[in-house]
Write a protein that binds this ligand. Structure first.
Ligand SMILES: *[C@@H]1O[C@H](CO)[C@@H](O)[C@H](O)[C@H]1NC(C)=O
Ligand SMILES: *[C@@H]1O[C@H](CO)[C@@H](O)[C@H](O)[C@H]1NC(C)=O
Ligand SMILES: *[C@@H]1O[C@H](CO)[C@@H](O)[C@H](O)[C@H]1NC(C)=O
Ligand SMILES: *[C@@H]1O[C@H](CO)[C@@H](O)[C@H](O)[C@H]1NC(C)=O
Length: 503
């Protein structure tokens, strides 16, 4: 036991949270304040688990934390950073290991053995990382990609299993497996190799096509889920330059599945003869769903965009051409087409071309159909449209959002239509804007109106170069954690103690 570990252990034991070295559930731990509190005016809790209870150790992360202590001089702000930045590595890497050899039945039914799987050594093993969303033991495609994105600044090439690069590769491999298993689904159970106990996820939702409830955790068709797989791939290759990895396992097959699935969801609600056509995916839920028209949702015209039944919050869309998700998908297809073009294989030229063509088609359709006139703000982007002229004007805080369009790489933040949209989103003219003395920002039907999401305030900072806007938004973030020193999902604009999810 190192000295730091002993001190931590004493602090831990004195809180009588546990009597042994067993690790408490982080959601219980993070619900209470822990010493030493930060020395600023907000007395923020130290919320990192003791080192033995952390789920991954990164020397680069610890070095960066130490280095930034002298840079971020506000003690409360530093505490917030110190608690939140390591959080994914500290608390959500539920399991890492290797895929079972292909002779096992689980593996054989995947796309193993497709052409292009040639570039690995005989003894090389497929890494897997099961990264849970936090308080739920399941891996969301979007969440795990976004959780890892926080570490691209310290991601370096490495073949070592103990490296952050291995965590990324394992997540890409597992996401590819999930997509090949159930391409319409958004969250998945632990891989069989982990021996983590899985329970059936069956509930009263009616979803087609059917899927295995022991493998899938939830099956909402969210376009940004498959876009996240591409984004994660791009994040990895941009930081490491390791193109070769993508030819080793099932990446290419998964991309092909993404293309087929996405294109199938461009379907027009009527064929040429006027007959109504079902979408390949349908969803009915007893609550918050879109059960109209036999679980298809309202009619949509094929205008070159891809339908998404759900938003990144997992809420049902009002109209299914969800613009931020189409923006993200278009951009991610374009960046990862470069990976496809650099790996060898008989149909790679076709796939590269397909990715670029779809990317361009979506961009053209957004330009044509998703820009609408607003009386006060000029031309703005709609949040959702249906191809018949209906538009839902709002923004939702979860990413991808309209506010995040420059962050996801779709456009430059000085784009005039983006700037008009941003002004409207960050005003009382956005139906989900939430304002008050505690925190002012974008809220969501997911947590009911009147609560701002810190995530959207962070996005506000990341898309601004106005110092005043940045400092004021930061001040609100630091001052609205209820002393816990963590970023909640949402916080009431009127009461710091009313929040959802402690981290
Ligand atoms: C922080 O702690 C100091 C000293 O114990 C106390 O005076 C102050 O009221 C506390 N502030 C908050 C926001 O809890
Ligand atoms: C899972 O269980 C199998 C069979 O009991 C065992 O061989 C394997 O080592 C276990 N794997 C893990 C990761 O615990
Ligand atoms: C690529 O392949 C798909 C499916 O195999 C096919 O439908 C398409 O025509 C091909 N596209 C090009 C550009 O070769
Ligand atoms: C794809 O990326 C290239 C190179 O950055 C860029 O020139 C092109 O406009 C992009 N296309 C789309 C549809 O985003």
């Amino acid at each position: 036991m190192g000295l730091q570990r002993v001190n931590q252990f004493l602090a831990w034991a004195s809180l009588s949270l546990l009597v042994s070295a067993q690790c408490p559930l982080y959601q219980n731990y993070a619900n209470k304040r822990h010493e030493p509190l930060s020395s600023g005016r907000y007395n923020l809790s130290y919320a990192r688990p003791v080192p033995d209870c952390r789920t991954f150790h990164s020397p680069e992360l610890e070095d960066t934390l130490k280095r930034l202590k002298d840079v971020i001089t506000d003690p409360d702000l530093y505490r917030l950073f110190e608690n939140t930045w390591p959080s994914t590595l500290d608390t959500t890497i539920a399991w890492r290991g290797y895929a079972a050899p292909p002779s096992l039945p689980e593996e054989v039914e995947g796309a193993e053995g497709g052409e292009g799987v040639t570039k690995r050594d005989a003894e090389e093993k497929e890494e897997l990382s099961f990264i849970i969303t936090g308080d739920i033991e399941a891996m969301w495609l979007r969440d795990s990609a976004n959780q890892l994105q926080a570490y691209t600044s310290i991601l370096k090439p490495s073949t070592d299993f103990s490296s952050l690069a291995s965590v990324f590769r394992g997540a890409i491999n597992l996401q590819a497996r999930y997509i090949l298993e159930a391409p319409f689904c958004n969250a998945f159970q632990a891989p069989v190799e982990s021996n983590i106990t899985r329970k059936s996820s069956e509930n009263s939702d009616r979803i087609s096509p059917s899927f295995d409830f022991m493998k899938v955790f939830s099956c909402q068709w969210e376009l940004d889920s498959v876009a996240s797989f591409l984004q994660l791939s791009d994040d990895y290759v941009t930081a490491t330059g390791d193109y070769e990895f993508f030819s080793k396992w099932k990446w290419k097959e998964a991309v092909k599945k993404v293309l087929e699935t996405a294109e199938s969801m461009m379907i027009d609600s009527y064929n040429e003869a006027g007959e109504w056509q079902h979408t390949p995916y349908t969803y009915c839920a007893p609550y918050g769903g879109t059960p109209i028209n036999d679980c298809n949702g309202s009619p949509h015209r094929n205008i070159g965009l891809i339908r998404s039944f759900h938003r990144p919050s997992d809420d049902a869309c009002t109209y299914q051409f969800l613009i931020p998700s189409n923006m993200m998908f278009s951009h991610a297809l374009n960046t990862t087409a470069k990976i496809m073009s650099r790996i060898e294989g008989p149909d790679n030229a076709n796939l590269t071309n397909w990715m670029r063509t779809l990317s361009t088609g979506i961009r053209t359709a957004i330009h044509r159909h998703a820009r609408v006139a607003d009386r006060t703000y000029g031309t703005i982007f709609a949040y959702e449209i249906d191809g018949y002229g209906s538009a839902n004007i709002m923004d939702d805080p979860n990413i991808p959002s309209l506010l995040s369009a420059p962050f996801i790489g779709y456009l430059d933040s000085d784009d005039p239509v983006y700037q008009n949209t941003r002004r409207k989103i960050l005003s009382k003219d956005n139906p989900y804007f939430s304002w008050g003395p505690v925190i002012t920002g974008v809220g969501s039907p997911h947590t009911l109106p009147g609560r701002a999401w810190p995530m959207a305030s962070i996005m506000r900072i990341l898309t601004s170069d106005d110092d005043e806007e940045i400092t004021e938004t930061l001040r609100q973030l630091v001052g609205s954690t209820d002393g816990l020193g963590l970023m909640h999902e949402s916080v009431s604009s009127h009461s710091e103690s009313q929040w959802s999810r402690q981290w």
